[in-house]
Write a protein that binds this ligand. Structure first.
Ligand code: GLU
Length: 431
């Protein structure tokens, strides 16, 4: 398609776009932050389920941002309406707050030029921005509409399996890649649904090399797939939204699950065609547990392991501070030694470092967690422990709370005795 046709096509597909890429570059300038400060984010889908893996990543994000005066914000990745649950955003904020993790910006904050200048922070409210860049790519011949039906795509996949070649929408299999403007116009007039695809510039012979902040240097084959950028309803895919959002929210380090590592070639190409600088990536290891059945390690699973849910710890009465100490132990291999050496220092003073994060699976070990609980609880004052127990009872056992906490002085005296307050050595076996 020549330049003229690309222009016509861009207008045809996005007649309502009235902004330019420059408009957004100006609207969301680079953040003025101290030297070395990092901008990180948590991008959960609002599914109403928040788990230990989220807390693990969020703590890494929060430490990376806050250790040098950066920003940690919350972006809601709500592009899948089927999975969106009401109240999910409050659940994320409140659950993380319980574990002493606070956002500086994003969903849940009032919009103002001072605080939420990089919003909106819900992806469904950012469609105008995505479309501006989709239009730009069409204009440059780097994106095109694809009218293939599910059945047609399935037929291509089966053919590729028979031919024993890579499956996917690329090269000669990408049949909509070279449709003429006339055919596209006809299809649009006929009301045929379409997705917008990237016209990949990648070649199977080439590799990309990048440095993952956790895993080190990584080489992967270049992307050759004409991946979907906008779905049939005009809502972006994860890939497209990620490139645009992390660029315009000025994220400097993307901490995300290791399952996204294989998609980096797509993101690499997207950042390149959009003219954006890639952020640093830190792909985290899976949380694993020891499997008694097999004697090996396996990923923590939502179905099999109730301890994956954050609610589990809250209901079961784990003190949030001890959870934080435990997760820092898992996150940074040198944390434990530091904490032993400086037991009285605020754990937020620990020099957290991304490159000390576990490269392969991080083993979640309940016994270790319990040991840490004993250790840390034995350092609390009886007042702190009283308050923690009281809050727990108010939340979880409101009826019994009245009975258990009727006589504060008596309970404090019991706690002093059990904790060994004032004795030569504090006890660690009281809980
Ligand atoms: N919404 C994505 C997820 O839940 C976020 C991944 C990311 O942090 O980029 O997996």
């Amino acid at each position: 398609m020549n330049e003229q046709d690309c222009k016509k096509l861009a207008e045809l597909l996005f007649p309502d776009v009235d902004k330019t890429p420059d408009y957004y570059e100006e609207k969301y300038p680079y953040r003025k932050l101290p030297n070395k400060a990092e901008v990180t984010r948590l991008g959960p889908s609002p599914t109403g389920f928040i788990h230990l893996g989220n807390l693990y990543s969020a703590l890494a994000d929060e430490r990376i941002a806050h250790k040098n005066g950066g920003v940690f914000y919350l972006r809601i990745e709500d592009t899948d309406a089927k999975r969106t649950v009401e109240g999910a955003v409050d659940l994320v904020i409140n659950s993380l707050r319980y574990f002493d993790i606070e956002f500086d910006e994003g969903a849940g904050f009032p919009d103002s030029d001072q605080v939420n200048a990089y919003g909106p922070y819900y992806q469904t409210q950012r469609v105008d921005i995505y479309h501006t860049f989709a239009k730009e790519l069409v204009l440059k011949g780097l994106a095109y509409p694809c009218f293939c039906t599910e059945e047609e795509l399935e037929a291509v996949r089966l053919q590729q399996e028979t031919d024993k070649v890579l499956t996917g929408y690329y090269g000669k299999y990408a049949v909509c890649r070279d449709l003429s403007l006339e055919t596209i116009e006809e299809n649009l007039k006929a009301g045929k649904p379409y997705v917008l695809r990237l016209r990949s510039q990648g070649s199977p012979e080439n590799e990309i090399t990048f440095t993952d902040s956790i895993k080190g240097e990584i080489k992967l084959p270049e992307n050759i797939h004409d991946v979907v950028l906008l779905k049939k309803d005009g809502i972006p895919t994860y890939h497209f939204a990620h490139a645009i959002d992390d660029h315009f929210m000025r994220t400097t380090t993307v901490v995300r699950g290791g399952e996204w590592l294989a998609s980096v070639p797509i993101h690499y190409e997207l950042f390149h065609v959009l003219g954006f600088k890639m952020p640093k990536y830190a792909h985290t290891a899976h949380l694993m547990k020891f499997d008694e059945e097999t004697g090996g390690k396996r990923k923590l699973s939502k179905r099999k392991d109730p301890e994956l849910s954050l609610d589990y710890y809250r209901k079961d009465g784990y003190h949030p501070y001890t959870m934080k100490v435990y997760l820092l132990t898992l996150l940074n291999s040198n944390f434990e030694e530091w904490h032993e050496k400086f037991p009285d220092k605020d754990i937020n003073e620990f020099p957290f470092s991304v490159d000390k994060m576990s490269v392969s699976g991080a083993l979640f070990d309940k016994e270790k967690l319990h040991n840490i609980c004993k250790n840390e609880l034995s350092k609390l004052s009886e007042d702190d422990l009283y308050e923690f127990l009281h809050n727990w009872a108010l939340e979880n056992e409101p009826e019994m709370e009245k009975v258990w906490f009727a006589d504060k002085e008596k309970l404090l005296a019991i706690l002093r005795l059990y904790m060994g307050v004032g004795a030569k050595r504090r006890r660690k076996d009281f809980m």
